[in-house]
Design a protein around this ligand. Structure first.
Ligand SMILES: C[S@@+](CC[C@H](N)C(=O)[O-])C[C@H]1O[C@@H](n2cnc3c(N)ncnc32)[C@H](O)[C@@H]1O
Length: 217
C-alpha cells in the first residue's frame, strides 16, 4: 500500500455524475482538486468496430467508446495543477491522435514507457492483433506542463520498459501504476479507471469499489 495514498482519500464517482456529458462529469468529479499527475486510458474508437478485439463488439460488450472530439474536449487542462505530469495509454495505430490529445489537454510530449507483452516463458506474446505487424507492445506516452517539472528522483534511474503478461481485455499492468507512483507526485487522478487503486482519485463509468479488507485486532 503506497504511503502517499494516505494523503488523498478515496473519491467515488457518484451515480449522478454518470448522467452528465463526460466533460461536465469530470469537472464535477474533480471539485477543487488540481492534479499533479494524470493517468488516462481512453476508450478510443477504432475503425473496425465489429472485430472480436473491438471494445464495443456486440456479444462481448466490453465498454462504450468515445469519439476523438469527445476525448480532445475533456477539460483536463482545467483540473491539472500548473506543474503536472500526464501518462496517456495510446494504441500504436493512433499515435498521432494520442499526441494531439496530449496537446489539447495542455501538456507537452516528453517521453514514453513501452509495455512489452510477454508469455510465461518470457517470449513475445504474439496473440495480439495488428494489420501491418503483430503488436506485442503498447505505448504509455509521457508529457508535462509547467517549468522545472522533472520526474521524482527515482524516475532518473527508472528504465522506460515494462515487460509483463497480459490480463483481461484492455487491462493494463499493475507495474504501470507502481512506476507512476515512484516517478510522479500526488494528488493523482486516473481517467477511465476500472480497478480500484489505493491512493488515487479514479473517474470512469466502470470504476470498481475497493475490495473489503479484513481488519484483525
Ligand atoms: C480502455 S478502458 C480502461 C481500462 C483500464 N485502464 C484497465 O487497465 O482496466 C476504457 C474505460 O473507459 C470507460 N468509458 C467509456 N466511455 C466513458 C465515458 N463517457 N465516461 C467515463 N468512462 C467511460 C469504459 O467503460 C472503460 O472502462
Amino acid at each position: 500500500m503506497p504511503r502517499s495514498g494516505l494523503r488523498y482519500p478515496i473519491r467515488i464517482v457518484r451515480p449522478e455524475l454518470l448522467e452528465l456529458a463526460p466533460a461536465e462529469s469530470l469537472l464535477a468529479y474533480a471539485e477543487d482538486t488540481r492534479y499533479r499527475t494524470v493517468l488516462a486510458d481512453p476508450p478510443w474508437r477504432f475503425q473496425n468496430r465489429t472485430g472480436k478485439m473491438a471494445p464495443e463488439h456486440k456479444r462481448l460488450s466490453r465498454y462504450a467508446t468515445m469519439t476523438l472530439d469527445d476525448i480532445y474536449e475533456l477539460p483536463v487542462a482545467r483540473i491539472a495543477a500548473e506543474q503536472s505530469h500526464l501518462y496517456l495509454w495510446c494504441p500504436n495505430a493512433l499515435l498521432a491522435e494520442g499526441l494531439e490529445t496530449m496537446r489539447r489537454w495542455g501538456y507537452t510530449y516528453k517521453s514514453n514507457v513501452v509495455w512489452y507483452k510477454i508469455r510465461k516463458d518470457g517470449g513475445p506474446d504474439g496473440r495480439g492483433v495488428g494489420f501491418y505487424f503483430r503488436n506485442v507492445t503498447e505505448l504509455l506516452l509521457f508529457g508535462i506542463r509547467g517549468k522545472n517539472n522533472r520526474t521524482l528522483k527515482p524516475g532518473r534511474t527508472q528504465t522506460n520498459i515494462i515487460g509483463t503478461r497480459k490480463r483481461e481485455h484492455s487491462r493494463k499492468p499493475d507495474e504501470a501504476w507502481d512506476l507512476i507512483e515512484r516517478c510522479s507526485p500526488g494528488p493523482r487522478l486516473e481517467l477511465f479507471a476500472r480497478h480500484h487503486r489505493y491512493g488515487w482519485h479514479q473517474w470512469g463509468d466502470q470504476v470498481q469499489p475497493p475490495a473489503l479488507q479484513l481488519i484483525t485486532t
